[in-house]
Write a protein that binds this ligand. Structure first.
Ligand code: FES
Length: 390
């Protein structure tokens, strides 16, 4: 396995002339939209015909053609995509749902954008990490080739760069958490950012550091970028169990006062960052994203002893579910198919109306007990008997 070098942003693949023409002609489909809205035409019929003209043409759906793939770590692949004209752009630091057909079945997963085009029709980049037993990520890595077409959802995620008054940006990444933060750093530097940007990557093995070459090249071009790697030497599970302490973070980040701090990683890492932040008289802003729920032990300690409660669905079905686990995996295990996306409380795809009962947010222990509230199934566990509009 080799780690290849990402080209500099200015050298990245531009859309081919054919792709540009296809994108320019795509709006010709627009007059059909009112006909679909009035029910005179079926969108699926329009899409079936337009696909014959060009594989990415759809009336409203965002389809993207694969235009490049490149290893950025022994277990991580950067995939570059040329979206059709329905793509409305994304902010750096956001994520997107990618849908792909595998053996005739549609599968969706969320991936972080490591490069964004701001809607100008250029090339997006996202990163896919190989996951033991992972169906979609491993398929993308093993089978996706230039010319293939995938579907993208609307971008989501709230991470943002430093505010104008903040003197610098401090990025803390653990594992795959580098991906949205790299997107933030690249966009800031491409926009001419001259304030200091410090990126700390927390990895189990320095040899597995994602985007090592790209970061070296970026730092060589931008002296205001300082990048460092902290290798734990542990397995991922051990790394999650031994997240950096607040004292370690304080030692590493002694110059962080007043910085904008952005952190992304598994829940224990984010909890450590939050605790470090809470213990310091910082004057900047903190934004965090955890891509896992708190470890079972932490979640359980935040909860009462696990109990079984009744969850009644709109279909009339009643399930016995545990208070110790989020609703989404329990509903799926019971054969329900709720809509979902990121599975980490960010995209809102799993939002569902709770008609009665209480749920507890596994990320922070907060209770939601009001009737007729919208809850996110992926991060909330039932706390009492529930009635869901599902
Ligand atoms: S699946 Fe994204 S918020 Fe629940």
């Amino acid at each position: 396995m080799s780690t290849l070098t990402l080209p500099a942003p200015a050298q990245r693949a531009r859309p081919s002339a054919r792709a540009s023409i296809a994108r320019a002609l795509h709006p010709l489909l627009s007059p059909l939209r009112p006909l679909v809205r009035r029910g005179w035409l079926a969108e699926s019929a329009v899409d079936a015909c337009s696909t014959l003209l060009h594989p990415t043409w759809r009336l409203t759906r965002v389809m993207a053609r694969v235009v490049g793939r490149q290893w950025v770590a022994p277990d991580m692949l950067a995939v570059r995509l040329q979206p059709n004209a329905n793509w409305r752009g994304a902010r750096p630091g956001q994520h997107v749902m990618l849908t792909v057909d595998i053996a005739g079945v549609r599968h969706s997963r969320s991936y972080s954008l490591t490069g964004t085009d701001n809607g100008r029709g250029q090339v997006l980049e996202l990163a896919v990490r190989r996951v033991p037993g992972g169906r979609v990520s491993n398929h993308l890595i093993d089978a996706l080739r230039p010319g293939d077409v995938v579907e993208l959802g609307a971008p989501f995620g709230e991470l943002q760069g430093a505010a104008p008054a903040e003197p610098g940006l401090l990025l803390l990444a653990a594992g795959s958490g580098i991906t949205p933060l790299l997107g933030l750093a690249r966009a800031a530097l491409a926009a001419g950012e001259t304030r200091p940007i410090v990126l700390l990557q927390y990895v189990r093995d320095a040899a597995l550091q994602p985007y090592a070459d790209a970061l070296r090249q970026l730092a060589a071009r931008h002296p205001n970028l300082r990048s460092a790697v902290i290798a734990t030497g542990d397995t991922l599970q051990q790394m999650q169990a031994h997240a950096p302490s607040a004292a370690q973070l304080a030692a590493w980040l002694s110059d962080a006062d007043a910085q904008a701090v952005r952190a992304c990683g598994p829940a224990p890492f984010i909890e450590a960052v939050q605790s470090w932040w809470d213990g310091c008289a910082r004057r900047g802003s903190l934004q965090v994203e955890a891509f896992t729920l708190p470890a079972a032990g932490a979640a359980a300690s935040a909860l009462d002893a696990a109990r079984s409660v009744s969850v009644r669905l709109a279909s009339g079905r009643t399930l016995q579910l545990s208070t110790a686990q989020a609703l989404l995996p329990q509903l799926e295990a019971a054969g329900e198919r709720p809509a979902h996306g990121c599975r980490m409380g960010i995209c809102n795809t799993c939002a569902c109306r709770k008609k009665s009962g209480s749920v507890r947010d596994l990320r922070n222990g907060h209770l939601q007990a009001e009737p007729d509230e919208t809850i996110r199934l992926c991060v909330n566990a039932p706390a009492t008997d529930l009635e869901l509009d599902l």
